[in-house]
Structures are given as structure tokens and as C-alpha cells.
Write a protein that binds this ligand. Structure first.
Ligand code: NOJ
Length: 803
């Protein structure tokens, strides 16, 4: 592979050249403290909220070769001056003899060799710490002694990320730095906005004495910034200026003389960039990770977290790229989406009010409940607290202020200011959590609704169960001319924004799924009246949907307020929508014959070798009556692009109808780990799902964008584990009902469920896709597909035969 390879034994992807088509990134830490690190050493870090407490100035739109947020310079003393280069390649762009970026679980390790100097740098956030550590080892590979200085550098942003770019007077007037030198010579270089000087300061420090520092970008680059990041003029002088910035563009730069290294000798520098509540707190905090042993222990703790996280499910199938995704990369991405929602990536820049998405995070929960159920529960508690009393939900919220808003629906006065689907997703999240954990007490927890009085106090609270009931009650009432749920500003597809009164078949089906979940839950709770009521509502909506939405070969996707269909043979653009077909199968609204025809239409009209398009044909021109979808050219994003999030729903639907071959075909064609051959066309990271790939109506068919933060992650993981491998928690036990490719002779898996370990062996002697003919639990035959819940701490052998 041109840019790197998977090292599955170390659970790393190793990038072997810095010149990847776009930046390939990794995430460190969590939103408590952490962010993105790119494969050439740049970083974008924040604490608690990227919009309201951002630390590093990283501008992704700048060219790949530009300095971005952080780097390290090495300065080698040579006859007549210095050789200055960055072991990260960027921003000095020197020729290298070796370049590796090991993208690991919660860390990157960079190994490079320039001019006979090897540098190994491990970047990670120690679990629970409010700093990122850059653990640097510099080795002299030359056969002569060499004197080296190491200068870590960071460029700060104002904590209010948007103001940084919007107010170029106020922001620089407020930015300041102060240096604290210890008797040992170690320097802690603090940076803060003046208003925060005693309560929120960033700091750069290390474990070694610094002979000098700089905190002003203009002085560091030199000559009124006609000096460059490629060759900062301050580094040409023996020492930095020791200037404590009073305003301006603040940086942190610490010059560490590493001394003279004999051939083969290594020096270790541990730099830290952190945030604390004041200078004293910073000094105390910084002391911990000046101790190399503490850093080693923290790195082991980070590893231990991932070992534990990944230990909940391990599978072995005939497809190594499937295993690689399901065992490592997809769960890692699920944890990332759980932590960051759609807030901070190289594509969603976390500057303004986007925050945590209600719909997005409700779905992210589905990808992590088997591994970190307590964290999933904590996230659901936050989500439920921005649900309104009428059962609908605020679209997004700021995690630091918990201030919520209606998202893009605010942008058009002539459209409804709510989304028709948001609130329904949380029903799915809570119910799947309950099936995974059995934690029915969660239903009794009281959580306030979002509506507040004029003092900001919640007007009402309700149990979690009450929140769920209100969610479906909202949609039951919020229906249009065909008795189908209203669209609101939009449903899952944010960009189809029809005039008020439009109906959404997506909302109808999601409502159906939510009703089925609630009916099942109420059965467990013994509330038979509620079971009957929800089943009645389900049947009524199923009828309304089938009466109105069948178009002959597939299901219609929307009705305008005046009853005109969208996603129908009658349309010349947007004739057919993928979600319009997969969701009726998932909800059970489609009877098998219609479901089969609908899914075959997807295969015939929407499938491509790079994934399934969201719709076809694309709209070819802006039309405010349709909304955002028409801002894209045909083939891009929601306008006929391959919107990956919708792909696993088709996989799931195919498994529900028993076609494991097609489900797997759809899985494999979007597996980034199988993209090695066409990575120059794909461009994004091969170890994370992107959100979108350009469709075949676009000249750049196959080009991926918006990697990492996408519902693709949780849903592809769900499709692979719960529906293709068929290992799905239920209230009664672990259901094992695979729907695999007919060519697979079987698979094995280890799954932890409610504290017990299930060793699962599936055999497929007759080459079928689906159909359990025998299920044995510890040698005993069981009827059906559900393995009963075993006592925590035990191990259960499960033998499944298909036929
Ligand atoms: C991205 C948004 O984050 C998600 O909520 C939405 O469902 C998709 N776009 C599709 O429009």
C-alpha cells in the first residue's frame, strides 16, 4: 500500500509517508481534555468544549504543508551554525530517511530519521489528565558526537474559538503569557486570556530545563512575521527572547539544550501541554508527568483501558478485513463518536454552536453500550435533559453550558423549527441499553425536561420511562394529511427541508421502531395496557404507511404539504431514496414481498462499487423549495452521494430478509480497511469510516470526505455484530441468529454479556445465509435462538449450526 499498512498485532495503522492525500488523524483523550492529532504532528485540543474552551489554533483549511497547532523543532549544532528541522516533517519539509506515524488506540507514535537523528515521539493524553504528553526520544545515529536542542512549540487560540476568527482586535488585546521558572531550570510557560488569568490557564512545560522561551509569534518567526514556520528566525540565535507576551498571537516555545549525544545515545524529553485553574494548580498538575515512570504508567493505563474496551467482543471470520474493523478500528471509532458527537473533526470544526447532536449522539450510544455502558448511560442522561415537555427534542447542545438550540432549523423563518425524528432515536438508545445491561432501574431515574422558567430552572422533570413515552406521544399527534408523521424542518436527512405540512416516511418507520421497542419493554415491565396501546399505534401507522407510500417498485420518501410525492417514479430528480426502502423493512411495516422489491430496487438503482447512494437522480440546481439538498451538485453528500450512514441500514434490512450475501457485499464494499487498492481515489483514512463518498453522478466518484465523526460507525458496527454475525442482546438473553455470506463455513466469537463470557462457534455446513437449526449451550440443546443469561463471571460454550 502506498501510504501505510495495518499492523494488527499492535492494533496500529502505520503511515509510512507524510504525504497522504489529506491529513489522516487520530483522537487523543476525550472531550474532558483532548482532541485531534494529525499524522504530521499538528494538534487541535480543547477542554470540555471545543467552542467555549479551545486551546490550540489549528486551521485545517490551510495547506497540508503549513504549521498547524503544534510541532517540535530539533536544532543540531553543526559547523558554522545550526541545522533546524521538524521530526514531524511539517512545517520544515526536510528530506527524510524514514517516516512512520503509528496510529494507535488513543495515541500516535511518530518515528522519523532526518540527517542521522532518529526521533520517536509518543503523543497521548494520560487517562483522566488535563494535559497531552509528547514523550520524545532523540537518538544520535551518526558515528560522531552531536549537540542537539529540542524546541516544542504550540500556537494558542482564544478560548472562544469563534471569536478568535471574528474579532481581531479584542482577541489579541486579551491574550497574555507568563513564564514560571523553577530552581531546576524547568520552565512552565503559561498562557491565558486576561479575564481568565486566575482561573483557566494553558501551559507548556517539560521534564528538562529550558534555557530560554518565547511566547510571541511575531518574535519567534521574526522580521515582522516575514520569517516563517519553516525557518523561524528566532531559532537562528543561540537563545530565544524570553518574552512574556502582553498581547497578540500567543505561542509557547521552550528551548531545551539536550546536550551532546555520543553515537547511539538517546535523550528523553517529555513535553506537556495542559490546562489548569491557575498558576499554582498548573505547577502542581505539571509535576506528575515530569516523572518518566509516571508517563510510562499512564501509557500502560491507556493501553489497559483499550484492552478492557476491546475485550468485550472478539471475532474470527474468513475475512481478515472484517475482523480488523469489528475487533479494533470500528469500536475505536464508535468510542470516538460517542465522545465527540459531530462536534470536532477536520470537517466539523467545533467553532460555533453545533455542539452535541441529539439525533447523532443517541445513535452513537448504540455503538458503545456493549463496551462502556456506564458512559453510554451518562450520555443518555445529558440527551434526555434537552428533551422538551412535549416529547420533542432540542436538536443540539453545548456540553459545557448545556445550552441547547434548534440547529439549522433556525435558519429559515418559513420552515418548522424542530426536527421530526430527533426525539425518537433516544427510545432506541435507552431500550438497547436496557437489553444489553438489564439496568431497568434506569427507567426510574428522574431527569428534567429542557423547558425552563425565567430563572432558568426546569419546569418539569420525569422518569426516563416518562421521557420515552412522551417521545412517541409527540409523533402520534404530529401527523399530516395521510396520517403520517410530519417532517418538521427535516428528518434524518437534514437537507430536505420542505414547506410546513410535509410528511416523512422515514419518521413513520422510526416511529414504528420506537413503538415496537416500547411495547417490548412494557411487556417486560408487565404493563399490558401499554403494550396493547403501543401495538395498536404501530398497526395504525403501518396501515397508514402502506396505504399511502407504495409506489409500485419501491416506497415513496416524502409527501409535500399538498400531497405531491418525493422519491417516486413521478419525480424526475430524487426518484428513489435508500432510507425509504431500508427502514420499512427494519420497522416491519413492509411485508416481505414489498420489502424484497424495495431492496432489489436499491440494488438496481442505487448501488455502486463504492457504496449505496442515498438517492437518485441528484437535483441539478438550487431549489429553495427543497432546501439544503439542492445546494450540492449531483452525486455529492445527501444529493445522490454515497452517504455511508445509510448503508448499514440496507445491510440490516437485507439480513432481516435473509440475504447474507448481499448484506456482506454491501459491508465489504465500504470497508475502509479494504480500500488499500484505491486509496488515491478514496483519500481519507483507511482505518475509519468517512461520512460521505462522491457518487457516480459526480466526476470524482469514489472520493471520501468527513472521516471519523459519522453515524456510519455505530450503525456499521451494529450491522456487522448484531445482524450479520447476529449476536444481539435481548431482555431474556443473548440471541444468536446469524445472517452470513453463504460462502462462510462459519465463524467464532467471544462476547461478554452481563458479565459472563460466551464462546460462540457458528457452523454453516450447508452453505446457507440464515437459519439456526441447532443451538447448544454447554452441550445442552436449546429451542430458538436465545442463549439464557448466565451468571456473571462464568463462561458459556455456545454451538450454533445453520442449515
Ligand atoms: C449529518 C448529521 O450529523 C446527521 O444528524 C444527519 O442525519 C446526516 N448529516 C444526514 O443528513
Amino acid at each position: 500500500m502506498k501510504y501505510g499498512y495495518f499492523d494488527d498485532t499492535r492494533r496500529e495503522y502505520v503511515i509510512t509517508t507524510p504525504k497522504t492525500p489529506v491529513k489522516w488523524v487520530n483522537y487523543v483523550g476525550t472531550m474532558r481534555f483532548g482532541g485531534i492529532i494529525d499524522h504530521t504532528g499538528g494538534s487541535l485540543l480543547c477542554k470540555d468544549d471545543p467552542a467555549l474552551n479551545r486551546i490550540v489554533k489549528y486551521i485545517p483549511q490551510l495547506p497540508a504543508s503549513d504549521f498547524k497547532g503544534e510541532t517540535l523543532y530539533l536544532r543540531v549544532h553543526e559547523a558554522g551554525g545550526y541545522r533546524i528541522f521538524s521530526p514531524f516533517f511539517v512545517p520544515t519539509l526536510d528530506p527524510y530517511d524514514r517516516y512512520e506515524c503509528h496510529v494507535g488506540l488513543g495515541y500516535n507514535r511518530y518515528v522519523s530519521e532526518f540527517y542521522g537523528i532518529r526521533t520517536e515521539i509518543t503523543v497521548f493524553v494520560p487517562p483522566g489528565a488535563m494535559c497531552v504528553v509528547r514523550d520524545v526520544r532523540v537518538t544520535n545515529l551518526r558515528d560522531e558526537k552531536v549537540t542537539i536542542d529540542a524546541i516544542p512549540v504550540v500556537e494558542y487560540t482564544h478560548f472562544d474559538a469563534l471569536k478568535q476568527f471574528n474579532n481581531a482586535d479584542w482577541v489579541p488585546q486579551t491574550m497574555q503569557s507568563k513564564a514560571y521558572r523553577e530552581p531546576s531550570g524547568i520552565v512552565l510557560l503559561a498562557q491565558y486570556a486576561f479575564m481568565n488569568k486566575d482561573r483557566q490557564i494553558n501551559y507548556l512545560t517539560s521534564n528538562l530545563p529550558a534555557s530560554s522561551f518565547e511566547s510571541d509569534r511575531k518574535r519567534f518567526l521574526g522580521e515582522n512575521e516575514y520569517g516563517t514556520w519553516k525557518q523561524p528566525l528566532a531559532l537562528l540565535a543561540p537563545e530565544l527572547g524570553n518574552y512574556e507576551a502582553l498581547r497578540g498571537d500567543n505561542i509557547g516555545a521552550l528551548l531545551h539544550p539536550l546536550g551532546t549525544l555520543a553515537p547511539g545515545e538517546t535523550r528523553r524529553l517529555i513535553a506537556q501541554l495542559g490546562q489548569a485553574e491557575g498558576p499554582e494548580a498548573a505547577r502542581a498538575q505539571a509535576a506528575t508527568y515530569r516523572d518518566p515512570d509516571a508517563v510510562d504508567r499512564a501509557f500502560e493505563a491507556e493501553r489497559a483501558f483499550w484492552d478492557e474496551y476491546l475485550s468485550k467482543l472478539a471475532v474470527e471470520t474468513p475475512d481478515p478485513s472484517f475482523d480488523s474493523m469489528v475487533n479494533v478500528h470500528n469500536p475505536r471509532q464508535c468510542y470516538t463518536t460517542k465522545n465527540w458527537s459531530r462536534y470536532l473533526s477536520l470537517y466539523q470544526l467545533g467553532l460555533g454552536e453545533r455542539g452535541v447532536g441529539f439525533r447523532d449522539s443517541s445513535q452513537d450510544v448504540l455503538g458503545v453500550i456493549d463496551r462502556v455502558p456506564a458512559e453510554a448511560r451518562a450520555l443518555m442522561e445529558m440527551l434526555l435533559s434537552v428533551q422538551k415537555r412535549d416529547g420533542s427534542a432540542m436538536h443540539q447542545f453545548n456540553p459545557l453550558s448545556m445550552h441547547a438550540n434548534e440547529g439549522d432549523s433556525r435558519e429559515r423563518d418559513d420552515r418548522p423549527h424542530y426536527y421530526g425524528d430527533d426525539h425518537l432515536w433516544i427510545v432506541l438508545a435507552v431500550c438497547w441499553y436496557l437489553k444489553e445491561t438489564g439496568d431497568l432501574d434506569f427507567l426510574k431515574q428522574e431527569i428534567p425536561f429542557y423547558d425552563k422558567d425565567r430563572h432558568g430552572s426546569p419546569l418539569e422533570k420525569g422518569t426516563v420511562l416518562e421521557h420515552l413515552k412522551r417521545a412517541v406521544a409527540f409523533t402520534k399527534k404530529d401527523t399530516g394529511a395521510h396520517g403520517l408523521p410530519l417532517l418538521g424542518f427535516a428528518d434524518w436527512n437534514d437537507t430536505v427541508n420542505l414547506a410546513a405540512g410535509a410528511e416523512s416516511m422515514f419518521n413513520a418507520n422510526l416511529y414504528g421502531v420506537a413503538l415496537r421497542e416500547l411495547a417490548e419493554l412494557c411487556e417486560v415491565l408487565g404493563d399490558h395496557a401499554a403494550v396493547e396501546a403501543y401495538r395498536g399505534d404501530y398497526a395504525a401507522m403501518k396501515k397508514a404507511f402502506n396505504d399511502a407510500a407504495w409506489d409500485g417498485e419501491w416506497f415513496i420518501r416524502y409527501f409535500d404539504a399538498d400531497g405531491t410525492p418525493l422519491g417516486s417514479q413521478k419525480n424526475s430528480e430524487g426518484k428513489i431514496y435508500t432510507n425509504g426502502q431500508s427502514w420499512p423493512v427494519i420497522s416491519g411495516f413492509a411485508e416481505p414481498d414489498r420489502g424484497r422489491r424495495a431492496l432489489d430496487s436499491v440494488h438496481r438503482l442505487l448501488n455502486t462499487k463504492n457504496g449505496i447512494k442515498l438517492s437518485w437522480p441528484g437535483f441539478n440546481g438550487f431549489d429553495p423549495a427543497k432546501g439544503g439538498v439542492t445546494t450540492y451538485p449531483p452525486g455529492a453528500k445527501e444529493n445522490g452521494g454515497i452517504f455511508l450512514h445509510a448503508n448499514p441500514w440496507v445491510m440490516i434490512a437485507e439480513t432481516l430478509l435473509g440475504n447474507g450475501d448481499r448484506a456482506y457485499e454491501y459491508y465489504h464494499q465500504i470497508n475502509p480497511a479494504a480500500k488499500n487498492e484505491k486509496i488515491d481515489e478514496f483519500e481519507c483514512e483507511p482505518y475509519a469510516y468517512p461520512q460521505n463518498i462522491l457518487g457516480d453522478e459526480h466526476p470524482q466518484f469514489g472520493l471520501a470526505r468527513n472521516s471519523w465523526l459519522s453515524g456510519t460507525s455505530a450503525w456499521t458496527y451494529t450491522a456487522a455484530t448484531k445482524f450479520i454475525l447476529g449476536i444481539a442482546p435481548t431482555y431474556a438473553g443473548l440471541s444468536i441468529n446469524p445472517c452470513i455470506p453463504s460462502t462462510w463455513p462459519g465463524y467464532t466469537a467471544k462476547r461478554v454479556f452481563r458479565g459472563a463470557e460466551y464462546i460462540i462457534r457458528v457452523r454453516n455446513p450447508r452453505g446457507v445465509c440464515k437459519g439456526v437449526t441447532a443451538l447448544e449451550v454447554d452441550g445442552r440443546r436449546i429451542e430458538g435462538t436465545v442463549v439464557p443469561i448466565a451468571p456473571a463471571g462464568t463462561r458459556v460454550q455456545v454451538e450454533v449450526t445453520l442449515g
